[in-house]
Design a protein. Sequence first.
Length: 688
Amino acid sequence: MGVMVAIDIGGTFTDAVGFDTDTGRVWVAKVPSTPADPAKAFILSVAEVLSEVDDEVPELILHGTTVGTNALLQHRGGTVGLITTRGFRDIIELGRRTRPQNYGLFGRYEPLVPREHRFEITERMTAAGDTLVPVAQEELAGLGKDIAASGADAVAIVLLHSYRNPAHEIAIGEYVRAQCPDVFVTLSHEVLPERREFERTTTSVANAFLQPVMSDYLQSLDLSLTEQGYDRGVLVMQSNGGVIDTSVARKFPVRTVLSGPAGGVVAAARYGAEQGFRNVIAGDVGGTSFDVTLIKDGRPAMSVSRELEYNLPLRVPMIDIATIGAGGGSIAWVDAAGLLQVGPQSAGARPGPVAFRRGGTEPTVTDANVFLGRLNAQSLLGVPSGADVEGVSQAISSRVAEPLDLSVTEAAVGILAVANTRMAAAISSVSLERGYDPREFAYVAFGGAGGLMAVDLCKEVGIPKVLVPPFPGVTSALGVLMADLRLEYSQSVSERLSDMDFNDLEAIFDSMIASGTKTMRDSGELLASIDAFRTVEMYYEGQTHSVVVDVPAEMFVAGADARDSAEAELAERFDEVYLKGYGLVVAQGTRMVSTARVSVVGRREAIPVLGPTRDGGDGYSMEGARKGSRKVWMQGDWIETPVYDRHLLPWSIEFEGPAILEQVDSTTVAYGDTKVTVDSQGMLILEV
C-alpha cells in the first residue's frame, strides 16, 4: 500500500509517525508545535516524515488534534446564534443547580452564545413527539434578518423535544440555510437525539462554535496536501478512540474535543494486550498536561458526558480521560501562603521551559529534570546548542529556592515531588475512587516525559510494573495510526425496564446499526470487518445520573420466555454495574432505561506497529548501547549513573538499575531498586 503517516499535535511538540506497510518499518519525527497556526506544524511534520523515504506522497494520513479543545477552552471559536423554542432561550445560561464557585457569592460565567444572539420562534412539540404548536411561518423572515444582523457565522437550532420528532428543526434549518448560505447550521437532533434540554443545548452550541474553526483548519490542511499531490482525505481522531473522515469531522467537530489524548489510550491498550496485560492504566505526560485512563479487560473506560468547563457539559461518547495541568512545561511557583505549586499554568511551546533557550523565565518540571541530571542537558530535542543549565539554576533559585529558603537542589526535588503527587492523585481518581485496585494493573508510561516520572508515580500508588513503549514520545500518534473507524449513535427511550418492549428496543438498535454500517461501507476505506456494540443507559427512578450497561446481541432471541429472560439479564447487568460504582443496590428501586446507544466499528487492516524495525538482537550489546555516565539525583543522593541508548540495547535481556535510557523522543529513569527488562520486541518493562 505504501507509507502511512499519523500526526498528533500537542501543546509543545507535534509528533509524527511513518509506517511502511510493505516492509513494516516504523520511524518517528517531532517538530515544535505552532499554536498560532497548527496547520503549519502539521505540514512540516508530514514533510519531516516523508524525508526519510523516497515516497513524496503518502498512501494515507491520519490526524489527532487539539484544535477543538483549545478553541473551546480559550473561547476562540465562531460567532454563534442560537434558535430555540419560544421561552427557552436562557436554558444555556440557567443550566443546572451549580455555581462557578460553590462557596463564593460571586462567579464569572460567559456562555458561548451571548443573550442578544439567542433567538426564539413560536413552535412546540410534545414529549411524545406530537405537534402541539406548528412553526409560526410569519416569524421566519424576521429570524433570517436577526441572524444576518448578529454577524453569526454558525447557528445551533435546539427545539424542545426535537429528539422525539425533528420535523420543526429540519424545516427551520432548511430556511436558515436558504436565507444565510454562508452560515454553518447545527441541528440538535443530529448532534444529540436525547432528552435533557440543557445538555443537548450546550453540546449543540459547542458543535456550532467549533464548526468555523475546524472547517477552516481541515480545509487548510486539505489544500496544502492537495498542492503536494495528496488527493485522499485525512482521517481524524475522535474522542471515542476511533477515526472519521474530514467530512464527518467538519459536520460534528464536537466529537473531536479529546482527539489528541484518545490516540495514546488506543496504543496503550494495544501495547498492554501484546504484553499479556488486559488491565492497564495509561499515563500520558506531555508538555502541558497529564492524561490518565483506566483500561479494563482491554477496553478503555468510556464516558457519555464530560463538563469541559463550568456550565459546558458535552454529551458525546468519549474515552474517560482524567486531565490535569501537570506536564513537562508546567510552571513551578510559590503561592501567597508560601506553598510550592506546580501548574496548571504551562510554559507551552513558546517560550517553553528555561532550558529550551526560547525566552522562558519561569522554572518548569522539565527544568527540574535537567538540573537533577535526569535529562541530558547537551542533547535536548529541539535545542541544538544544549540546555541553558545556568539559566535553569537561576530560575529555580529566584522563583522557588529563595522564597522557600531551600537549596536549588532541594527546590528542584520539591518541584518533581509536587508534580508526582498531583499525577498520582489523578491515577487514584480513575482507579481507587472507582473501586479498582491499582496493584492489579500495569502502568503504560508514554508522552515525552512519561518515562521520566513513571517509577515515582508507581511507587506512590503501588503499581508493580511499568511498560514503556518503544516510542513513548509519539505513542499518541501511533495510536492514531492503529485506530479503527468508529461511529456513535443514540436514541432516548425513557421507559421503566418492567414496561420495556424489547422488540422496539431491538428495532432501535437495528436501525442505528444499519445507518452506521452504510456509512462505513460508503467511506471508501478498506475494512476487514464491521462490528456493532450495544449499550443502554440505566438508573433508578427518581435519580439524575445514569450508568452504562452492555447489551449483548444474544439478548434478543425469539420464544415465549424471551422477554422475561431479557429483562432479568438486563436487570442483573445493571445491578452489577451500579454495585461496582456505588457500593450498593437499591432493592426496592424501579429500574429505568433512558437511552439506547450503538457503537459501529469499522476494523481497519491490523497495523503491526510495536517497535523499531530490527532483525532480532544480533549485533547489539549493553556495552555498545552505553553512552557514558553522569551524576543524577536519585533517591536522595547524587549517583554516578550509566546512560544507555535505548534503541541499541539488545532485546530479551534483564538488568538492574540505576540507569538512564535515552532515545530521540523520550528518556526513561530506572532507580537502583528497579529491574529493567527489554523484551523480544523492544518494550521496556520496569519492575518497581
